[in-house]
Design a protein around this ligand. Structure first.
Ligand SMILES: C[S@@+](CC[C@H](N)C(=O)[O-])C[C@H]1O[C@@H](n2cnc3c(N)ncnc32)[C@H](O)[C@@H]1O
Length: 205
């Protein structure tokens, strides 16, 4: 069973006010390092999909012209406050990552961090990201993925049985594999934390 669009947006709206505080430990240990890796590679007109509370905002180079989307109004509110706190200009818009309100080839870079794990249709979101990216543009991803260490991967499959129906969170996806299926190979990629975190840099042909 998968949850409806409206139910999931409501779920993320409820998470927003306390999300950063609850994630602080995980953020520090597992996520923060990948934010610098991903955002430091962004250039020019950049779109961040499923921006959440704006945890990436302090990590972008100053010259990047940044747009962020999320389907949750409460997450966008948190991202706006984070932008103010860190003095980072960002245009924020409510949108579904699988139906982006932008013309084809309108961005130099598209970023998604810890987002494809909970976007219901990961492949559709990647196709949309590629559509709005100009040829030669950079697709930069970081996410928790199916681990390379099999005991952890087995545990992730067990967690998926609960987390997917409950709030649409997937622990065993692998966006790099989905991208390969779309004919794209990573220019750079790294796996950390027993292979459970992966960051990928792909260029649109
Ligand atoms: C785990 S949070 C991650 C937020 C942020 N990217 C980060 O790195 O901290 C996932 C975010 O994805 C958003 N989201 C999930 N599915 C979405 C969709 N189809 N379109 C837009 N946003 C979506 C949620 O509202 C939430 O803000």
């Amino acid at each position: 069973m998968t949850r409806s669009h409206g139910t999931l947006v409501g779920y993320w709206d409820r998470q927003a006010p306390t999300y950063d505080a609850r994630m602080a430990g995980v953020e520090y240990r597992f996520l923060a390092d990948s934010r610098g890796w991903v955002c430091g590679r962004a250039r020019g007109a950049t779109l961040e999909i499923a921006i959440g509370t704006g945890a990436n905002l302090p990590h972008y180079p100053e010259e990047v012209d940044l747009t962020g989307i999320d389907w949750s109004p409460a997450m966008l509110h948190a991202a706006r406050r984070q932008g103010d706190r860190v003095h980072r200009a960002v245009t924020l818009q409510q949108a579904d990552a699988t139906a982006l309100p932008f013309p084809a080839e309108s961005f130099d870079t598209v970023v998604a961090t810890f987002a494809l794990c909970c976007i219901p249709n990961e492949r559709a979101a990647l196709l949309e990201a590629l559509r709005v990216l100009r040829p030669g543009g950079r697709l930069l991803l970081a996410d928790h993925v199916a681990a390379s260490f099999w005991p952890l991967r087995a545990l992730q499959h067990a967690v998926d049985l609960v987390s997917v129906p409950l709030h649409g969170e997937h622990y065993t996806r692998r966006p790099a594999t989905t991208l390969r299926g779309l004919g794209l190979t990573a220019e750079e990629s790294q796996r950390l934390a027993m292979g459970a975190i992966e960051r990928v840099h792909v260029r649109k042909p």
